[in-house]
Design a protein around this ligand. Structure first.
Ligand code: SF4
Length: 215
């Protein structure tokens, strides 16, 4: 904070407003339209986003890159893929020379791409009927590195399975099972999933190991 100006909260508010502007518009009550973003992340998180959502903590401008490019529609308008009576809706960040391109932020240089980015890219290849795509990771130090992918049927079948599961669970109003991963640490539903406030209590070491006090 400098003088009376709280720059940190000004920047945070700016990031929040831009992020809201760039967010994929999801009709929470349309269970027959599932967005690709919803099935490449934890299904429980997507379910809560639709049924009892909580604001997410946004991190920085680097995270806005993909949304900005999607909004500008560099050769890529949102597209739907029919799965029986359900529509899977996805959008690539960019399509150049028949190649799908995704841009993603990264903290450090990665040895391999994130699994959910691969699922997203592969599904885009099927949705747009293309064969080759790349993910370009960009770090905050402006380093960039690229991974390419040729479309894979088995990987897409997994996405289709998850689309059906999410649509069914939304219809039945049943909460999906936990999908524990490193992403839980940044998830706005962490306490809802892992700490039941009503029932939580501090356990003593003896209680943790089932040792009675009389022993
Ligand atoms: S905390 Fe983990 S399991 Fe729970 S909704 Fe978030 S990502 Fe899913």
């Amino acid at each position: 904070m400098m003088g009376d100006t709280d720059y940190r909260s000004i920047i945070k508010n700016a990031i929040d407003s831009i992020s809201r502007e760039l967010e994929i518009e999801i009709d929470a009550n349309d269970y027959k339209t599932i967005h690709l973003q919803e099935v490449i992340q934890c299904l429980r998180r997507s379910y809560y986003d639709r049924t009892d959502s909580k604001e997410i903590e946004r991190r920085g401008f680097n995270d806005l890159l993909s949304g900005l490019l999607r909004k500008l529609e560099y050769g890529s308008e949102p597209k739907e893929f029919a799965i029986d009576d359900i529509k899977l809706k996805g959008q690539a960040d960019m399509i150049v020379d028949d190649m799908i391109i995704l841009f993603r932020p990264a903290q450090t240089i990665l040895e391999s791409p994130h699994a959910n980015d691969l699922l997203y890219l592969n599904a885009c290849l099927w949705i747009y009927d293309k064969t080759i795509g790349v993910i370009i990771y960009i770090t905050s130090d402006k380093e960039e590195f690229t991974f390419s992918l040729t479309r894979d049927k088995k990987m897409f079948e997994e996405v289709i399975r998850r689309v059906r599961v999410l649509s069914d669970l939304l219809n039945e109003q049943k909460t999906p099972i936990l999908e524990p991963s490193l992403n839980c640490m940044d998830c706005q539903y962490y306490t809802r999933c892992f700490i039941s406030k009503k029932h939580s209590k501090q356990l003593s070491i003896a209680e943790m190991f089932g040792i009675s006090k009389e022993n």
